[in-house]
Design a protein. Structure first.
Length: 106
């Protein structure tokens, strides 16, 4: 079983989501304790160290990294997939990594 850790950035994102969707997202995050490699999919390109899983009616994405040596799932961001939109969770993650807001190694 993995221990779940949520970054401050992800916690802030979670707080901004309405209550019903937030509770569904938290339930999905809790599921990551058991099989985080089977539940989500590996991302590519600049986000290749991260994984993504759908939540709250497939609208939201939970972006996380598995830290196997510590048996930790680090949830780094939560947001909506909006392809082509600058607020798309994957575009935000690329920006966070590129600008150093979120370092690839934690």
């Amino acid at each position: 079983m993995y221990r779940i850790t949520i970054t401050e950035l992800a916690a802030q994102m979670l707080r901004s989501i309405e209550a019903t969707a937030r509770s569904q997202i938290i339930a999905k995050i809790d599921q990551l304790k058991d099989e985080p490699k089977l539940l989500g999919k590996a991302l590519v390109g600049p986000l290749k160290e991260f994984r993504s899983v759908r939540a709250a009616g497939q609208r939201y994405r939970i972006i996380y990294r598995i830290e196997s040596e510590e048996i930790v799932v680090l949830v780094v961001a939560v947001g909506i997939r909006k392809s082509g939109d600058k607020k798309d969770i994957y575009e935000l993650m690329k920006k966070f990594v590129r600008t150093g807001i979120l370092k690839k190694d934690g």
